[in-house]
Design a protein around this ligand. Sequence first.
Ligand code: DAK
Length: 225
Amino acid sequence: YMRKYKFINFHIKENYYLIEINRPKQLNAINKGTISELKKCFTDIRSSTKGFYGIIITGEGEKSFVAGADIVEFNNLDKKSARILSENGHELFNTIECMPIPVIALVNGYALGGGCELALCCHLRIATENAKFSQPEINLGTIPGYGGTQRLTQIIGKGRSLEMMLTAEMVDSKLAQEYGLVNYVLDDKEKALEKCISILNTVKRKSPKAIANVIKSVNNFYTKD
Ligand code: DAK
């Protein structure tokens, strides 16, 4: 049994799962509904990983992975609802980070704000040439709301991470590769998908228990309590 979703497309492939954020008119910005659907989807997957070697998450179309949190929703946020939103985002992104099978972000275009944070909680990032990363929250007078201050710093280091978060400047795919923000850059989405699948085909020959334990142990390096 698998659910139907409104804001995401969920594909069950032969031995991996493919999730597409499907709000192309909003450049796949993630609203509250998308966060809760992703939460349900990853929770379902977590209980049926047998025979599945990974999860690929991407944005519908060629232009954007996720252009951030849905800023239209920000208009009517008060202190309490902002806190709930941030907590829900944190829960989802922690869930993704702790999945027992590898999660690969196929970053096809804009990965801004919450979209960059979504890519960061995945285990690997494979980008297309037109990918652009940024943490522009400072322009809205706030900070990354879903754990980006920690994860970006873990992945690219303090100096680069502070520069991205203080300037809000976009980092293109070439610089992202130099930073180690992405594992690989491919010409287009089709080639990037092939690369994701080829990585998963390599991983699938390993012990599922060892894979889960590698992810768990690496995550432990960053756990403070
Ligand atoms: N939310 C909602 N709609 C969006 C959107 C977004 N983030 N990004 C783009 N769209 C919509 C545009 O409004 C436009 O809609 P229509 O006008 O067609 O109705 C459509 O997508 C196409 O966009 P453009 O016409 O602007 O396309 P361009 O190619 O000209 O420009 C762009 C692409 C990505 C440069 C531009 O769309 C842009 O600057 N978008 C906004 C990017 C952005 O600022 N994202 C937010 C990042 S900050 C927190 C919780 C969460 C967060 C922080 C705190 N707490 C609770 C504490 C997270 C913050 C963020 O994610």
